[in-house]
Structures are given as C-alpha cells and as structure tokens.
Design a protein around this ligand. Structure first.
Ligand code: SF4
Length: 347
C-alpha cells in the first residue's frame, strides 16, 4: 500500500503513459483519486494503451466527456438512514465501513465517496451505524463494503464483525472486496483464521477480465474457500474490457476453476465520467445468451441492471408465451419447444 503508483512518473515504471493518460492524471486525479497497487500495475501490458487492466485504473480525458453521467445514479444518499448505511431492500443493507480501496477503478459506482476524507467512518460513526442495525430487527443480512472492508487491519475488522455477531437478528455477513484481485497478498492465513470465527461469512469479489486470474489471486481465493467462505464474483460489463462473448466465457470458466461462482454481472451505471465504458443493454443480453448451453450453467452470472428500487435481471426472453394449454419456450439453440402447462390450482 505504501508503494502504490500515484503519479504519471510512478506509472512510467510499468508502462509508457500516453499523452492523453498524462493529461488525464493531472486534470482528474483530484476529482477522483488515481492510485494503483504495484501488483496490479505489473499486470498491465506495457505496449498496449487498450490493455483491459490498464483501462480499468488509468484515467483518460474521455472521463471529462460525459454530459449525462450522474454522481449518484442509484440515489444511495437518499437511501441512507444513517451515515454510510444504504438500504434499498427491507431485510438487508450495504454498510460502507471504509472509504479506502487498494486502487481506484475508473468506473467505480461510489467514486463520489471512495478516497474522500469526508466519508471516512470514525469509530463513533461506526458505533452509530451498529446501533441503528441493533434497533432494526428486520435486518438479517449485512454487506460490508466501501471502499473495501479488507483495507481495515485484522483487529479492527475483528472488532466490527464481533459487534455485528452480537446482534441476534444479523444472520449473514457478506464482505464485498476487490483485494483478492488488486492486492491478493492481503488475504493472509491470519485474516482467514479471524474471518472463520465469525461464520456464516460470504465474500463477493470483483474480477472483470481473465488476465486478473493470476496464481496469486487464485491462492487468495483458495485461502478464503478453505476457511469455509463461499466465494462469489460480481463483475461490471465494460466496453473494450469484457464486452465480448469469448472474454466473458474465459472469465467465468476461469472463476469456476478457482471455485469462485460468477454471481452477478452489472450493467455499467449512468455514472459521471464513464460514458466510454458503457455498453448497450441489448449487447449485454446477447453476450449472456451466447453463453447459455455453451458452458456450465453455474458459470453464467445473472446479468442485472441496478436501479434505485433494486436489481432487475436482464435476459433474453426464453419464455415466448402461451398457446392453449402449452407454453412456448425457446432453447439455447433457438429451437421452439412446447411444454404442457399444468393448470393453476385454486387455493
Ligand atoms: S475496488 Fe470497488 S469500491 Fe474500490 S474503487 Fe474499485 S469498484 Fe470502487
């Protein structure tokens, strides 16, 4: 963390920055932080400015050309009953315990807050959020996110998990972390031993491209799995990075080999400075349709659009309709199949 890339000069140790990248680092770094771990920077192709690793973390002036982008497209601020707690559903919350990450992804949904001091959670504020959870018996599922909760030191995270575990109605604790991807050495045996004391713990991580599936990342995920933690992956569909069937298939199959279940792939939000990353929803639907029947079912994530009112699954309409007593469905090869539909029973 101390040795992170923070400037165009630092970046030049790994790749030759283009004039556009240098200009963007100077003009944008104060609006949305520019920091990369040396580990992740070393995954970049030094000769290719279109490298899918590089494009995720190195600014471009295209970030300045997004007239329709919004700072908070999911209206998370309006869904916060207490600082850094986001509640969209009745029974679960996202608890942004930390405003720091190992690096800052250019498409980050929370770019309004990550890396910004104003959103740091002081111990007192963490306590107030915990008190709110304690007073809200309908909350059974808490997602620790941020920022990245694994940026916390082990003892601070241990304290937070112990506090949550002392609340009887909190059944599940999930951690949303990109550190297995961006700083896999953070996933130590000591961290895993601590986490397994607080089960049931689930971890969702965030791989976007098969080149991120390195031996180091594989070991980090393996350590978490061996601690009994079910691992899921939430990717974002990003133009020029993973928006083609071959790349998405390689990513999903590689994740399954690592025992990480591809869980969601998000449609990129209408977030400020990200127009150059966004892909038409129809294209996303076709990418995931092309995987159906051509790889293991559990290797296919659900493609979703997040909205201020919850997630909406986006899928090809396999259910075509009804004819008489039959429903008409479409198979993965495009064949039509009639299935006799059992009559609805009256209560
Ligand atoms: S790791 Fe996650 S929270 Fe942090 S900058 Fe990237 S997308 Fe945002």
């Amino acid at each position: 963390m101390r040795n992170r890339v923070r400037s165009a000069d630092d970046l030049a140790r790994f790749v030759q920055p283009t004039p556009d990248e240098v200009a963007a680092i100077e003009r944008l770094a104060r609006r949305f932080h520019f920091v990369i771990t040396p580990y992740y920077a070393a995954l970049m192709d030094p000769d290719d400015p279109e490298c899918p690793i590089r494009r995720q973390v190195v600014p471009r002036t295209a970030e300045l050309e997004d007239p329709t982008g919004l700072p908070d497209p999911l209206d998370e601020v309006a869904h916060s009953p207490v600082k850094n707690v986001i509640r969209v559903y009745p029974d679960r919350i996202a608890f942004c315990v930390n405003n720091e990450c190992a690096l800052y992804c250019r498409f980050c949904l929370r770019k309004r807050m990550v890396g910004d001091e104003e959103w740091t959670m002081k111990r007192r504020e963490l306590g107030e959020a915990l008190e709110w959870i304690r007073r809200s018996p309908e909350i059974r599922d808490v997602l620790l996110t941020g920022g990245d909760p694994l940026v916390f030191a082990d003892d601070r995270l241990d304290w937070l998990l112990s506090e949550l575990r002392s609340i009887p109605h909190v059944e599940i604790i999930r951690l949303g972390t990109r550190l297995p991807v961006t700083l896999p050495f953070r996933v130590t045996e000591a961290l895993c031993r601590m986490l397994e004391r607080h089960h049931p713990i689930w971890v969702n991580t965030h791989f976007n491209h098969p080149r991120e599936l390195t031996p180091e990342a594989t070991e980090a995920c393996d350590r978490l799995s061996r601690a009994g933690i079910p691992m899921g992956n939430q990717s974002v569909l990003l133009r020029g990075i993973n928006d083609d069937p071959g790349t998405m298939k390689a990513l999903c199959e590689g994740l399954v080999r690592m025992r990480v279940r591809p869980y969601y792939c998000y449609q990129a939000q209408r977030l400020e400075g990200t127009a150059h990353f966004r892909v038409a929803i129809e294209r996303g639907v076709e990418i995931f349709r092309s995987l159906r029947g051509r790889t293991s079912g559990f290797a296919i994530p659900q493609y979703v659009l997040d909205t201020p009112h919850g997630k909406v699954p986006l899928s090809h309409p396999y259910l075509r309709g009804r004819e008489g007593d039959d429903v008409i469905v479409e198979t993965y090869e495009g064949r039509v199949w009639r299935e006799r539909n059992p009559p609805e029973r009256s209560a």
